[in-house]
Design a protein around this ligand. Structure first.
Ligand SMILES: [Ca+2]
Ligand SMILES: [Ca+2]
Ligand SMILES: [Ca+2]
Ligand SMILES: [Ca+2]
Length: 366
């Protein structure tokens, strides 16, 4: 009970929490950072990866054993990314990703985690699920002294990867492509459309926009603005963020209405708790997004001034089909209908707060 109370207090303080399981970099690539794209691409370990992919690697040494090594779940190849990450002091969080050279074998692949950064809370272990080549885990800042995170594979093919960790007192505003739209739910079906888990279907209230921080540092969201096409043309912002530092690899979901108690047992509602859904912070937008079911365009700008510039390309929504429009793979891929994304969760038509597979962004949290 003491521990539970402490966790609740921590969550209340920080708005941060989650436990999870996750996906393949080929399918999800949640931490593909623009600044080290070569690393990200190369580590995917796609068995089919050819010379072009290998040429892009900055660190090909681990892959020498490469595609010919059996899928024994302990291949001796591991990568941790981003290779350097910064967190907000005072409970700031980040999600890092472990990538193996290949899919984990039966039972999954356990990876041990350790840190030399005083006051950095990390899980001691995370499991790459069977059949997946990567997994995410969350870390949390209690102190401010820099150090390193180590992820290690056990014998018989031991391997080690490290990432440096630093701490910052403030988060800066996002630059282009650091904060991206990852999923949009705009065509709410009239039956079973309760995306926000409050027990009722609402044409506006169950719309949502999921955003992700794919940089390697916290981003200050204050003033960041979301628009639909009509709002953009009429200079009417649909949602303006209040101050919030979004950690590296973390996501936030804004629903197009108020938020209530969890009244649904739908799969994506299982992790709905307080201000969270799945693995993401949720925020209400009582005035709504007004996303047209027949097609619309989402703009994400740095400030409520529409001339401040889009943070990423506007997201063009095609005529809807009672499902969301999501990046595939998550964070980095082009948009597709949820039901047409490879590996999508088949028991739902959207994935607020999780990967499109329905698995969490972080498989373990301290
Ligand atoms: Ca709509
Ligand atoms: Ca609802
Ligand atoms: Ca609209
Ligand atoms: Ca999602």
């Amino acid at each position: 009970m003491v521990r539970a109370a402490a966790i609740l207090a921590l969550v209340a303080l920080t708005g941060c929490w989650k436990n999870y399981t996750f996906v393949d970099v080929e399918e999800a690539g949640p931490h593909a950072l623009p600044m080290d794209a070569g690393l990200d691409e190369g580590s995917g370990g796609d068995e089919g990866a050819g010379g072009d992919d290998l040429a892009a690697l900055e660190d090909v040494g681990d892959d020498v054993a490469g595609p010919n090594v059996p899928l024994d779940g302990s291949s001796g190849t591991i990568e941790l990314r981003p290779g350097s990450v910064s967190l907000m002091v005072g409970y700031g969080t980040a999600i890092l990703e472990i990538s193996l050279g290949r899919a984990a074998g039966p039972g999954g692949q356990s990876v041990s985690l350790a840190s030399t950064a005083p006051g950095l809370l990390i899980p001691t272990m995370v499991v790459v699920p069977e059949g997946r080549s990567s997994v995410g885990f969350r870390v949390r800042a209690l102190g401010a002294s820099p150090g390193a995170i180590t992820a290690s594979l056990p014998a018989p093919n031991p391997a080690l990867a490290t990432a440096s960790v630093s701490f910052v007192g403030t988060a800066r505003a996002p630059f282009a492509d650091e904060l991206v739209i990852n999923e949009v739910n705009y065509d709410v079906p009239t039956v079973n459309g309760d995306a926000n888990c409050d027990g009722t279907t609402s044409a506006f209230g169950d719309e949502f926009i999921e955003l992700a921080n794919r940089s390697n540092h916290p981003l200050q969201l204050e003033g960041v603005t979301l628009w639909d096409e009509f709002g953009f043309s009429e200079n009417k912002p649909r949602f303006i963020f209040n101050a919030h530092a979004l950690g590296s690899g973390e996501t936030v979901v804004v629903f197009g209405g108020t938020l209530g108690m969890r009244m649904s047992t739908a799969p994506w509602c299982q992790a709905f708790w307080m201000s969270w859904i799945g693995d993401a912070l949720i925020l209400p937008n009582p005035q709504g997004f007004n996303l047209d079911n027949t097609g619309d365009t989402i703009h994400l700008t740095a400030t409520p001034d529409r001339t401040s510039g889009n943070l990423a390309d506007p997201v063009v929504l095609p005529p809807g089909a009672n499902q969301s429009w999501t990046r595939s793979p998550d964070f980095t891929g082009p948009f597709v209908k949820h039901g047409e994304a490879p590996g999508h969760a088949t028991d739902r038509r959207w994935t607020p707060g999780t990967l499109l597979t329905g698995e969490p962004f972080a498989a373990a949290s301290p």
